[in-house]
Design a binder for this molecule. Structure first.
Ligand code: PLP
Length: 398
């Protein structure tokens, strides 16, 4: 067999180009910092896109991982495993839910949630399969969750999408009601705080309307808390701040402490419509990921930890607000807790790039927003340092 040319083995040559990325590879993380193979240090205000809630190299997480790896790395989902039981028990103890399904990622959690909702609705009518989601939402990349993602740019070139997905305007009760009245719906799926879509908060009366309509018409209300949940906004789940309780909640990103782990939390009523064989996953609820997940929940659910997230979130938001009058290109500062966004009047791509060159990692949200999503262990000194770099970059570019 002909051996490959070494140019094909460069980072850019090796991968299907689903990401635009460059620079030296990341080799190590410690606390709030990442390091590349050239030894360059980055203050990470992206947290692996909201995954690394406890930062890098957290001792309790490493212990949990090591202990579990020595015991058992994988067991089939044909059997119970203790780390899954311990993790699911924590999720139930700390939420509205009484049943849990474990998977590996956010998109899988939403996929399962949509399937469970459709199964529940099919008990009433085979025509009751429609799913409503909202403009600027992001629910994942596989066909069900991609179809629920109401941003046309993610659909281009991937049609036909599955039938029965409908969209209305986020935070627009009239638009939602008009769409809901048109079809027989199985599910409404909403991020109560949109992240990828530009850091957009759902209005209390909008969520309240969805809750009331869903209850009146036996529709499953799904909250996607994959990015906004697990302590990120200063309460364990964001729904606790909204006064609205969903029927199903999806989780992923931080809950595995950096290992792939997703979860669907639901009520007894939903779970009762699902039978053995209806859904499954080989790797879902991996024992090592679940052991780390229990460590994440134990750490993040501590009221003192959550208070610190709220305090630091407020500190960061105030610092960002102080920049607004100095830079007219900043349109607004948005979000809650440590899920914050700075919306610009124009594309902030250059700002993100320049911050990276200056040792600060930030993430774009939608077209014109920069997300600030530091690990939840952030301290005010890190915030001051990040603001310093960010302000310096804004001064040099704007
Ligand atoms: C709100 C939300 N839902 C779902 C997903 C998809 O999660 P994953 O990338 O783990 O499939 C994401 C990812 O960014 C997300 O932010």
């Amino acid at each position: 067999m002909k051996t490959k040319d070494s140019t094909e083995m460069t980072p850019d040559g090796l991968f299907v180009p689903t990401y635009k990325r460059g620079g030296a590879p990341i080799v190590r993380g410690a606390g709030m910092y990442l390091y590349d193979s050239d030894g360059k240090e980055f203050l990470d205000f992206g947290a692996g896109i909201a995954v690394n809630a406890l930062g890098y190299g957290h001792p309790a997480l490493l212990e949990a991982m090591k202990d579990q790896a020595w015991q058992l790395i994988h067991a089939s989902n044909l059997y119970h495993s203790q780390p899954q039981i311990d993790f699911a028990a924590r999720l139930v103890k700390h939420s509205f839910a009484s049943k849990v399904f474990l998977c590996n990622s956010g998109t899988e959690a939403n996929e399962a949630a949509i399937k469970f909702a459709r199964k529940r609705a099919a008990k009433i009518s085979s025509q009751r399969y429609h799913v409503l989601s909202f403009s600027e939402s992001f629910h994942g990349r596989t066909y069900g969750s991609l179809s629920a993602t109401a941003q046309p740019k993610f659909h281009i070139g991937f049609g036909p999408l599955p039938a029965g997905f409908h969209y209305s305007q986020f935070n627009d009760i009239q638009s939602a009601k008009a769409k809901l009245d048109e079809h027989d719906f199985a599910a409404i799926i909403v991020e109560p705080l949109q992240a990828e879509g530009g850091v957009n908060t759902a209005d209390a009366d909008f969520l309240q309307f969805l809750r009331e309509y869903a209850t009146a018409h036996s529709i499953a209300l799904i909250f996607d808390e994959i990015q906004c949940g697990t302590g990120r906004t200063g309460s364990l789940w964001y729904y606790e701040q909204t006064g609205v309780v969903p029927d199903i909640m999806t989780l992923a990103k931080p809950i595995g402490g950096g290992m792939p782990l997703g979860a669907v939390l639901c009520t007894e009523e939903t779970a009762a419509c699902v039978s053995p064989g209806d859904h499954g996953t080989t790797f879902g609820g991996n024992p090592v990921a679940c052991a780390m997940g229990s460590c994440v929940i134990d750490t993040v659910s501590d009221p003192a930890f959550l208070k610190k997230v709220r305090d630091n979130g407020e500190y960061l938001k105030n610092k960002l607000e102080e920049l607004r009058p100095k830079f007219p290109s900043i349109r607004s500062v948005r979000g809650h807790g440590l899920l914050l966004g700075v919306r610009f009047k124009e594309d902030p791509g250059q700002v993100i790039e320049a911050c990276k060159n200056n040792g600060l990692l930030l993430i774009r949200a939608n077209l014109n927003t920069i997300r600030f999503l530091p690990p939840l262990i952030v301290e005010t000194e890190h915030i001051d340092k990040a603001i310093n770099i960010f302000e310096g970059v804004l001064k040099s570019l704007m």
